[in-house]
Design a protein around this ligand. Structure first.
Ligand code: ADP
Length: 189
């Protein structure tokens, strides 16, 4: 299975992505996690993206696309993948399409995790207390939300038109949302 999960900041993408990927035995790839690991490790990439992430802006496409293509080309991605946080704009959509079609592959489904916008900021501020992510502060959250609505939200229509969209209600217990995603994906198969 080749899957994407799309959702606003705070929608719970990361949490659901790991559990869904292990349920289907595919590799979970989170661009946000890759960037955070590089910042933590003090790599060149980490130095390049730190200020951008702290501001809540998007890392340049050429940087992000290359990381994803490289990761998807590794042996452990052969059995399928679930991409979390990528693509995030229409340019990245076509970069991914070009890469997959070059290998004669295509996506199976795009999970859209739907959460009332009013709940999102509260969730992120709560996570800030628990995880201490440096981009979970009010100003950066506001920018991440606006980047999401202007750049990422249009992807939902795009994938709906492509017949790939699987909308799932993201409000509820983690396990409830998980079960909804599995039920919705299994219903398509
Ligand atoms: P969230 O969805 O809560 O913002 P992520 O971990 O998915 O959390 O992303 C955190 C940050 O990492 C983004 O605000 C952005 O700066 C960077 N990032 C992650 N994925 C991408 C991407 N596909 N393109 C550009 N930047 C990205």
């Amino acid at each position: 299975m080749r899957l994407l999960i799309i959702g606003a900041p705070g929608a719970g993408k990361g949490t659901q992505a790991s559990a869904i990927a292990s349920h289907y035995g595919v590799l979970a790839i989170s661009t946000g996690d890759i960037f955070r690991a590089n910042i933590k490790g003090g790599t060149e990439l980490g130095k390049k993206v730190k200020a951008i992430m702290d501001a809540g802006d998007l890392v340049p496409d050429e940087v992000t696309d290359e990381i994803v293509v490289d990761r998807l080309g590794q042996p452990d991605a052969v059995g399928g993948f679930l991409l979390d946080g990528y693509p995030r704009n229409l340019h990245q959509v076509s970069a991914l399409d070009t890469y997959l079609s070059g290998k004669g592959e295509s996506l199976d489904a795009v999970i859209s995790l739907e959460v009332d916008p009013e709940l999102l900021t509260a969730r992120l501020l709560k996570r800030a207390e628990i995880e201490g992510r440096s981009d979970d502060n009010e100003e950066t959250i506001r920018n991440r939300m606006s980047v999401y609505s202007s750049q990422t939200e249009p992807l939902i229509d795009h994938y709906r038109q492509a017949g790939l969209l699987v909308p799932v209600d993201g409000v509820g217990e983690i396990s409830e949302v998980h079960d909804r995603i599995v039920a919705a994906l299994d219903a398509r198969a």
